[in-house]
Design a protein around this ligand. Structure first.
Ligand code: C2E
Ligand code: MG
Ligand code: MG
Ligand code: MG
Length: 285
């Protein structure tokens, strides 16, 4: 994972506490300027159906194309954006830009059930005008809510669960789907399943990367697959890097997958028509 992070991942936040906070302040200022300079990009990673390896959707993943630092991965700046509040303008931009690009493809013949997943921070979600902004974006690009899924990370659902449960229900009534991201990594995974309505579970890549040679991880993966089945929602396995992992997940009953084996995140213009040369049909077919 470290290899796709920009150079700042090891350069920043070293040294004394005082130095670290100075570095943080500089990076926050840079992020602020990056919004002005329009330096953010959305990359899309395909999500495939395991039964036939067909691309059925994509996850939008933000990148920062920095003049000085090159292409910076979100793991480096999203935590700081969350801390500083800059996640609000950045997150809004990602949501709007993802919807814009996908709406354009849908008009140009992509399968009408193509599903774009956008990561949403809880800080964004609890903004009083989030719902209006979401509705406005769908309207602006004439995008059907059925083409959009918002991914929410489980560990941050803790905050104010009643408020969040209400917000999630409203969003679902609009027709937009909710996915619980990184499932299994939070503190009280099972209690969320009671509190929040959701349409999709995403199993964290930390389980997927180990499950072929680790009995405990395999037990967790197959339990989560059955759990999703019990809730009658699709499960997406994240971080699938090999054919063996894809085959085993399919055998265990997992329906969908995402990972380098099928395709790395890339700008839509760079999406090949078939992924990884393994004979999958792309969204254009
Ligand atoms: P995530 O939502 O769990 O996204 C999946 C991450 O796994 C992505 O990292 C993706 O590039 C990476 N990945 C996909 N397939 C593989 C694989 O086969 N192997 C490995 N090792 N990694 C794989 P990325 O793009 O660096 O994003 C990291 C995290 O940053 C995301 O995790 C998400 O939590 C956050 N993020 C990204 N974009 C946004 C955004 O627009 N808004 C917010 N709030 N968070 C975002
Ligand atoms: Mg995600
Ligand atoms: Mg995830
Ligand atoms: Mg993750």
């Amino acid at each position: 994972k470290a290899k796709d992070k920009g150079p700042i991942s090891y350069e920043v936040f070293q040294g004394s506490m005082a130095e670290q906070s100075t570095q943080k302040i500089h990076l926050i200022a840079e992020l602020n300027a990056a919004i002005e300079k329009n330096e953010f990009r959305v990359y899309f990673q395909p999500v495939v159906r395991l039964s036939d390896s067909k691309v059925i959707g994509a996850e939008a993943l933000v990148r920062w194309q920095s003049g000085q630092r090159g292409l910076v991965a979100p793991g480096v700046f999203i935590p700081l954006a969350e801390e500083s509040g800059l996640i609000l303008p950045i997150g809004h931009w990602v949501l709007r830009e993802s919807c814009r690009q996908i709406a354009e493809r849908l008009k140009n013949g992509w399968a009408s059930d193509f599903d774009v997943h956008v990561n949403v921070s809880v800080r964004q979600l609890i903004q009083s005008d989030f719902y209006q902004k979401l509705e406005a974006i769908l309207q602006e690009f004439s995008l059907s809510p059925h083409n959009l899924t918002l991914e929410i990370t489980e560990s941050i659902l803790i905050e104010d669960s009643n408020v969040i449960a209400t917000l999630i229900s409203r969003i679902r009534l609009l027709g937009v789907s909710i996915a619980i991201d990184d499932f299994g990594t939070g503190y009280s995974s099972m209690s969320y399943l009671h509190q929040f309505a959701f349409d999709c579970l995403k199993i964290d890549q930390s389980f997927v990367s180990r499950f072929l040679d680790n009995h405990k991880s395999e037990a967790i993966v197959s339990a989560i697959i059955r759990l999703a089945g019990g809730f009658d929602v699709p499960l997406v396995a994240e971080g699938v890097e090999t054919l063996e992992q894809a085959q085993r997940l399919h055998e265990l009953g997992c329906q969908r997958a995402q990972g380098y084996y099928f395709g790395r995140p890339a700008p839509l213009e760079e999406w090949p028509e078939g992924w990884c040369g393994s004979g999958q049909s792309g969204p254009l077919s």
